[in-house]
Design a protein around this ligand. Structure first.
Ligand SMILES: Cc1cc2nc3c(=O)[nH]c(=O)nc-3n(C[C@H](O)[C@H](O)[C@H](O)COP(=O)(O)OP(=O)(O)OC[C@H]3O[C@@H](n4cnc5c(N)ncnc54)[C@H](O)[C@@H]3O)c2cc1C
Length: 400
């Protein structure tokens, strides 16, 4: 198993419980140090993708979002209620959104219908999915976004988020307790090769890291996320899809005292959001400030080296950008006992700047599983869809 994010760790747990001995590789010293450990954990039902009015993205995200809780609770052996942001999420439409208000309104209603009619709608949180979305009244809007005239409208969405930090801790414990999973951490994967070139993608395989060649392995699942295509191309699984790698920073804040803060996201396009997981743990992002590098090659571009002063300035820009629209988030920052500025990769099929309505990145329906022989490459698409994808991968190898 290549990659100890939510995709690789979920697949490893499923495969181990199917009787496989699993070796889990990651370059980091612990699982969940990549994007799975540092994201805002929205369990997407499709509401944010009004720039894909054909509902392709909503349909592709929906099943994984609805099943996330059930699958993760099965894998972790207990409730994830403690990770869950208890409130509905507020979606705010920015003046510079790539989709205009009447179109967003119509889209939100169509997604509500889609969600309600899904056979798994009842498996989301407390029947939230069946309630559908509601437009905010002018008074509700003014209470949340009183930062000038940049916000044109808003909806209360039934979507929930989970703390990726909380989920990470539980996965690390579940993996440690699973005797069939052997973790090879701190090892950067450089290549995968068939043991015998004539076997091709039917395996067995060796995994090459800086420490040398490891194996043989009868199955390889590549769940590396950034740079995944480089390993695929090297072993002969091509062509590489048209990918964009973007490295984004966000703030993870723990406050000394409880702070009442709504969960709100400004879109559609390159904007930002605030998440409250309970009343003392928060996520703050402002996309135009947080995005530091972007590239279109199969390998991710090099990261800029940020010294302490640059990191502090970046954190300030994220807070200022968000607070300009949602002034209440300053109370979160003012009450901070601990602030972590953390970045990670967003990898998505598609190209183009988010302020362009025709950019391919406004669609998120082109992810999934590629399998040839006994080599599998997983583009999990989202945190919310990853456990569902992992279950699909494991099902391919049930019974040997
Ligand atoms: C700021 C931000 C906010 C986001 N918000 C959301 C959200 O609200 N909802 C949502 O659903 N999704 C969100 N996402 C996307 C989400 O984080 C990812 O889709 C998801 O975590 C991908 O999981 P993964 O396991 O496939 O990859 P990862 O978690 O990235 O795991 C891949 C692992 O592979 C390792 N690795 C990479 N290359 C190598 C190598 N060569 N050798 C060894 N190890 C390697 C990495 O260290 C990493 O641990 C967000 C992403 C970002 C960056």
């Amino acid at each position: 198993m290549l990659g100890a994010g939510i995709t690789g760790c979920s697949t490893a747990l499923f495969m181990a419980r199917q009787g496989y001995d699993v070796t889990l590789f990651d370059q980091a010293p612990q699982p969940f140090q990549g994007s799975s450990g540092w994201n805002d954990g929205k369990l997407h039902l499709g509401y944010l993708y009004a720039a894909d009015p054909g509902l392709g993205t909503a349909r592709q995200l929906l099943t994984g979002g609805l099943l996330f809780k059930d699958i993760v609770e099965e894998l972790l052996g207990g409730s994830i209620a403690g990770a869950t942001a208890p409130r509905d999420e507020i979606f705010l439409l920015h003046r510079d959104s790539v989709v205009q208000q009447p179109a967003v309104d119509a889209y939100v209603r169509r997604v509500s219908d889609l969600v309600r009619s899904h056979p798994d709608a009842g498996r989301y949180w407390d029947d939230a999915a069946r309630r559908g979305a509601q437009p905010l009244t002018a008074a509700e809007l003014a209470a949340i976004a009183h930062g000038g005239d940049a916000i044109l409208g808003g909806w209360r969405l039934p979507e929930r988020s989970v703390s990726s930090r909380w989920i990470a801790r539980r996965y690390i414990a579940a993996l440690a307790a699973e005797p069939r999973v052997e973790q090879r951490l701190g090892q950067r994967v450089q290549a995968v090769r068939p043991v015998d070139a004539t076997d091709g993608l039917d395996g067995p395989f060796r995994v090459e890291t800086e420490a040398g060649a490891d194996g043989p392995f009868t199955i390889v699942v590549n769940a590396l996320w950034e740079g995944r295509s480089v390993i695929d191309l090297g072993v002969g699984l091509g062509p590489a899809p048209e990918l964009t790698h973007r490295y984004r920073y966000a703030l993870f804040i723990h406050t000394a005292q409880p702070v009442a803060q709504d969960n709100a996201l400004i879109g559609t396009g390159p904007f930002g959001d605030v998440k409250a997981y309970g009343d003392r743990d928060f996520y703050l992002s402002w996309y135009p400030a947080g995005l530091v590098v972007e590239g279109q090659d199969p390998a991710p571009p090099p990261l800029p080296d940020l010294d302490a002063a640059a990191r502090q300035a970046l954190a300030g820009r994220i807070l200022d950008g968000l607070a300009e629209h949602l002034p209440a988030v300053r109370r979160v920052a003012d009450g901070a006992a601990q602030v972590e500025l953390q970045g990670s990769w967003v990898v998505a099929q598609g190209r183009g700047p988010l302020h362009d309505p025709s950019a391919g990145l406004h669609r998120r329906d082109r992810f999934g599983i590629r399998r040839t022989g006994r080599y599998v490459s997983v583009d999990s698409g989202k945190f919310s869809t990853a456990p569902w994808m992992a279950r699909e991968v494991a099902a391919m190898f049930r019974g040997g």
